[in-house]
Design a protein around this ligand. Structure first.
Ligand code: ADP
Ligand code: ZN
Length: 295
């Protein structure tokens, strides 16, 4: 039985696992994300000691993913300075002669949800995590989507709401981008506290739903996915789902006439089914795809 290593590399923690080819998880190790000097040796040891046959990585980014790019598999312009330009995949596979693949954490999660989760049976799915930041992954026909880089839809520009006390948002790169307007810290900045502590009926959640609905509209109009999956800390606030669905319909203005966005919207904009392992399971799937391509 072949063993497939999986790593979900996050800004706060690293989750490593060993899977068998059938997708059964055999082992797991969680480590805090410190500097590469501290965090890499135990990760390298874990994969080496388990004698893995392939490795899949879903990582925070941005990442160098162009196949011809000499930096393929490196983390690039992350604000986490110790990891900037760090050749993550290369260092993890050093000395191991195995096939491997890397993608963004959200592309991995989109792949997992499309293969075995909320978007099972769909040809296309978007997975968005709304937490400390916002990241979106797109999976079409079993493949995470890439282009010039990888999707960075978390920073799409939105139309500020006239009643927003913070209409430019908090992103250091862009005025009025999705992450700057709607990630947890933006909610927190408007509330002068933690979004977690607000009551469900706080007006900030109507504003939040409005922005996330603008995002859904933009995704619907550009990608036309068969499913939109919303995860992450902010979406633990389950009361946001019906608000986002209603607002998405309102903003679409009847222009898109599909069953999914009309009567079927409760089953169209949904939470992840594999929470909290979407990204980890997706990393395993990336490793399994690399293994299959190698034989
Ligand atoms: P990360 O993005 O760092 O992995 P999470 O996905 O857990 O972390 O998201 C953390 C963010 O989610 C914080 O900004 C927090 O305020 C927000 N959050 C967590 N739970 C809730 C909740 N029930 N309602 C609203 N916001 C929440
Ligand atoms: Zn931005």
């Amino acid at each position: 039985m072949k063993k497939i290593g999986a790593l979900e590399a996050g800004g706060t923690k690293m989750v490593l696992a060993i899977y068998d080819e059938a997708g059964q998880e055999l082992e797991r190790l969680t480590l805090p994300t410190e500097t590469p000097d501290i965090t890499m040796p135990p990760m390298q040891a874990f994969f080496r000691d388990h004698g893995i046959d392939a490795l899949g990585v879903g990582s925070f980014g941005p990442l160098a993913l162009g196949e011809a790019d000499p930096n393929y598999g490196a983390i690039t312009t992350t604000p986490k300075l110790a990891w900037r330009n760090y050749p993550l995949l290369q260092r993890l596979t050093e000395g191991l002669d195995i096939p491997s693949a890397i993608d963004t954490d959200v592309n991995a999660a989109a792949l997992a949800e499309a293969e075995a989760g909320a978007a099972r049976g769909c040809r296309s799915a978007v997975y968005v995590t709304i937490g400390t930041g916002i990241g979106a992954g797109i999976c079409i026909d079993g493949r995470p989507v890439h282009g010039m880089l990888h999707p960075e839809a978390g920073h799409m520009l939105l139309r500020p709401h006239p009643d927003d006390p913070l209409p430019r948002g908090v992103c250091p790169y862009h005025d009025g981008c999705l992450e700057g307007l709607a990630a947890g810290p933006a909610l927190g900045a408007r509330a002068h506290g933690n979004a977690k502590d607000l009551p469900d009926d706080h007006p900030l959640f109507a504003l939040e739903a409005h922005y996330l609905a603008q995002m859904c509209v933009n995704l619907i109009l550009t990608v036309s996915p068969e499913k939109i999956i919303l995860g992450g800390g902010v979406m633990q606030r389950a009361s946001l789902f019906p608000m986002i669905r209603r607002e998405t319909q309102r903003l679409l203005g009847g222009y898109v006439q599909t069953e999914q966005v009309l009567s079927g919207i409760d089953g169209y904009i949904v939470p992840p089914a594999l929470f909290p392992v979407s990204g980890l399971y997706g990393s395993y799937l990336l490793g399994r795809q690399a293994l299959a391509q190698n034989v």
